[in-house]
Write a protein that binds this ligand. Structure first.
Ligand code: PMP
Length: 374
């Protein structure tokens, strides 16, 4: 019956025109070296496993604390801020979506052409969810081109606009901006929000948390998906002035009061109590990254100066899609973006040393032409 149905006629105008974000593949094949979605190759901290094991299952009868008070207090203590400066959500993607709704204005109903200063800005090469959110919520935006070395042109980002969204370090380049640059950006207009997405900050960048006492127009968004090995738990958080947190709560409570389940709240709290595991695994990932960087450079790759848990790389002798496919054929999955300026790059997540050794062996085989046979 459904084959003949054309239920798409029921789609509203918004759904008809949406261009959704496409997440990296989550393949089912076993034994694949999965270096495509910037997950952590190490398991969550033992304390997280313990917290989940000991969780009293009977409590799942009850709704979770909508305010996630215990988790917010732990995060506040960890970052040296007050709990009123912390918001938690179902992954940082959800918090970014809330922030777009809370702080950026949609197009007016008459949809008259907008002045550039009424657009929000983000780099042309960055996390590809930002333009998706902007379109979803009818927020006019402008993309500011990265320079020819893939760096954010900060002086262009400072020009009049309705808001700034910045991933630090940027994705998929991994290139950071320093605190002084962020300070200048935030100070260039204190009446506009600077939304700093610090999904990868723990792998070597400088967090804007230190700027918060000076600026109430900075909102930082972080995640437990990367440095805390909890992408499957779906927990992210934001840090900023209490009135900014208040705005996020207003949006959340107009959508879904219970975005974080009981298990997620408990496990996330345990993740922040396990600092030894966190320090050990992130130091390991940084060391593996630097080792991989050197070996890729030896193979002739251009490797951007990433401080994240991934490397963005280009080989002058091979196209991005060719390399992607040749690796896929050898059961190694990396990320390829078929987009202007970066279609010849691959984004390679840092895995374990063994996984990176398999990647490098495969690349050597791909890049070495086979011997001529007589
Ligand atoms: N920001 C950036 C820059 C990312 O790469 C990601 C991961 N795709 C996210 C935010 C979202 O992460 P999560 O929703 O898992 O917290």
């Amino acid at each position: 019956m459904y084959e003949q149905s054309d239920a798409k006629r029921l789609w509203n105008r918004r759904v008809r025109t949406l261009v959704p974000y496409v997440p990296g593949e989550q393949p089912r094949e076993p034994n694949l070296v999965k270096l495509n979605t910037n997950e952590n190759p190490y398991p969550p901290a033992p304390g997280v496993q313990e917290a989940i094991r000991r969780f009293p299952i009977d409590r799942l009868r009850l709704y979770p604390d909508p305010a996630s008070a215990d988790l917010r207090r732990s995060l506040a203590e960890y970052y040296g801020v007050s709990h009123e400066q912390i918001f938690v959500g179902n992954g940082s993607d959800e918090i970014l979506a809330f922030a777009f709704q809370a702080f950026f204005n949609p197009l007016s109903a008459d949809s008259a052409p907008v002045d550039p200063s009424e657009c929000i800005v983000f780099p042309d090469i960055t996390y590809s969810f930002y333009p998706v959110y902007a379109r979803m919520y009818d927020i006019p935006y402008r993309e500011v081109p990265l320079d020819d070395r893939f760096r954010i042109q900060l002086q262009l980002m400072e020009l009049p606009s309705a808001g700034i969204v910045l991933a630090n370090p940027n994705a998929p380049t991994g290139i950071p901006v320093d605190l002084e640059a962020l300070r200048r950006l935030a100070a260039s207009d204190r009446n506009r929000l600077l939304l700093v997405d610090e999904a990868y900050i723990d792998f070597g960048g400088q967090s804007a948390v230190d700027l918060l006492p000076e600026f109430d127009n900075i909102l930082i968004v972080q995640t437990l998906s990367k440095s805390r090995s909890l992408a499957g738990l779906r927990v992210g958080f934001a840090i900023g002035a209490p009135a900014l947190i208040d705005a996020l709560e207003r949006v959340r409570d107009s959508f879904n009061s219970y975005t974080l389940d009981r298990l997620a709240q408990v496990a996330a709290e345990a993740a922040f109590a396990s600092s030894a595991w966190f320090e050990k695994t992130r130091a390991q990932i940084i060391a593996t990254r630097e080792q991989t960087r050197a070996e890729l450079a030896e193979l002739g790759f251009l490797v951007l100066p990433s401080v994240a848990n991934f490397l963005f790389v280009h080989h002058p002798a091979r196209s991005g899609s060719e390399l992607y496919q040749a690796l896929r054929d050898r059961s190694i999955l990396v990320r390829h973006f078929n987009r202007p300026r970066i279609s010849d790059f691959l984004r390679v997540t840092i895995g374990t040393d063994q996984e990176m050794a398999r990647l490098l062996t495969a690349l050597r085989a791909i890049l070495t032409p086979p011997m001529e046979t007589e």
